[in-house]
Design a protein around this ligand. Structure first.
Ligand code: FAD
Length: 362
């Protein structure tokens, strides 16, 4: 039997995998409804199709281009393999329904409180025992704290609003805005009038958001904000039958702060470990499954955190070359090891940015 704390996308996906393998699975979620509240832009690369059948029930738009802006307002247009824009509430529920149809049992309104001798205590007074407990309970993971494997973590804040735009936008294009100070901004279209406009940074998100709003004015429909963990490769992800996964394990790309696909990658591995389909264990296997890619995202982030405005301007200028744009299309941002290797061959000038590592973080 396996107990999963947290019915977010990663917990639900793992529940489905384990249940399909015939394991008895219990999922515990603090909220009464799966998929709410939402704090996510819901943009997923074409690799989503490697994990599940992509379903029109939760995909509300597809984009195939990106405009990436430098601080001086210049931008480069790059073709993308199809990226999916999903509604997170529908996406999470779809995954949960799949898990349920394979036999997983859901316990809603169960807030995990603490863990002692394999016994899980919940805020509603219930106590359940299990030898296999999975913390899929998000960035502030109480399971991780209770099992003594929360470790050292850093967070950035994601601050986003759904905005009804004053002017129409192209629904095929997702926009990214780069600037110094551990910052990324985005405008992700739901359709030609509504976008998910957001920023992520370790400081000043409200100020950053106001500046972005001036570039894409409109009426705010609702707010969605939340902490995003910065990947920490030296965390302990398991201890005595307790495993951490997804945001609970900081499995988030430090460049774009997307965590759903890396979490699903880790879930594929963990499902195999729990059902004894693979040898070597979770902690060890993670590096190959997803850790090396997350580490590369982190290294790129460390360089970018030292970028000055002029470095971003130069980066966008380099990306204007057709050979570079073709390479980004070919290799995609999900797996940056392959992308950087290919880019380095085409345009060795990219490596000059590594000298920024000698500077202090901005
Ligand atoms: C503004 C913003 C935009 C983002 N945009 C994207 C994006 O476009 N693409 C992308 O891939 N990622 C994005 N992310 C990151 C993405 O949201 C996370 O990586 C993803 O949700 C991680 O899934 P998870 O299942 O690990 O955790 P979560 O989604 O955090 O789910 C954890 C679940 O556990 C439950 N829970 C927590 N504590 C307890 C407890 N004590 N007891 C019981 N249940 C508990 C929660 O209610 C929740 O349902 C964004 C994040 C933010 C903040």
């Amino acid at each position: 039997m396996a107990s999963i704390i947290g019915a977010g996308p990663v917990g639900n996906y793992l529940a489905g995998k384990l249940a399909k393998n015939g394991l008895k699975v219990e999922v515990y979620e603090e909220h009464k409804k799966i998929g709410e509240p939402i704090a996510c832009t819901g943009i997923l690369t074409s690799y989503l199709g490697d994990f599940m059948k992509v379903n029109e029930d939760y995909v509300i738009n597809k984009v195939n281009q990106t405009n990436v802006y430098s601080p001086n307002g210049n931008f480069v247009n790059i073709k993308l393999k199809k990226n999916y824009i999903v509604n997170r509430d529908l996406f999470d529920r779809h995954l949960a329904e799949d898990a349920k149809s394979n036999g997983a049992k859901y316990n809603l309104g169960f807030r995990f409180n603490s863990l002692k001798n394999k016994s899980m205590k919940f805020d509603n007074g219930e106590i359940r025992k299990d030898d296999c407990i999975i913390g899929a309970d998000g960035p502030k993971s109480l399971v991780g704290r209770s099992a003594g494997i929360f470790g050292e973590r850093k967070f950035v804040v994601g601050h986003q609003a759904r905005v009804r735009l004053k002017n129409k936008t192209d629904p095929d294009i997702v926009e990214f805005f780069l600037d110094e100070g551990n910052y990324i901004g985005w405008s992700v279209p739901e359709d030609e009038k509504t976008v998910r406009l957001g920023v992520a940074s370790h400081k000043g998100v409200k100020n950053h958001f106001e500046i972005l709003m001036k570039k894409r004015p409109g009426k705010i429909l609702n707010w969605q904000s939340g902490p995003i963990p910065v990947y920490n490769p030296s965390l302990k992800y398991e201890s005595d039958g307790v495993y951490l996964i997804g945001d609970a394990a900081t499995q988030v790309k430090a460049t774009t702060y997307g965590g759903i696909i890396p979490g699903m990658h880790a879930a594929d591995l963990l499902a195999k470990v729990i059902t004894n389909e693979t040898e070597g264990g979770y902690q060890k296997g993670l590096w190959k499954a997803t850790g090396r890619h997350l580490w590369m995202h982190l290294m790129i982030r460390k360089v970018m955190n030292r970028f000055r405005k002029e470095d971003y301007n130069e980066l966008i200028r380099l990306c204007e070359k057709n050979s570079v744009r073709d390479t980004i299309y070919e290799y995609d941002r999900e797996y940056p090891l392959r992308l950087l290797f290919a880019l380095g061959l085409k345009q060795p000038n990219f490596f000059k940015f590594s000298k920024c590592l000698l500077r202090n973080e901005i």
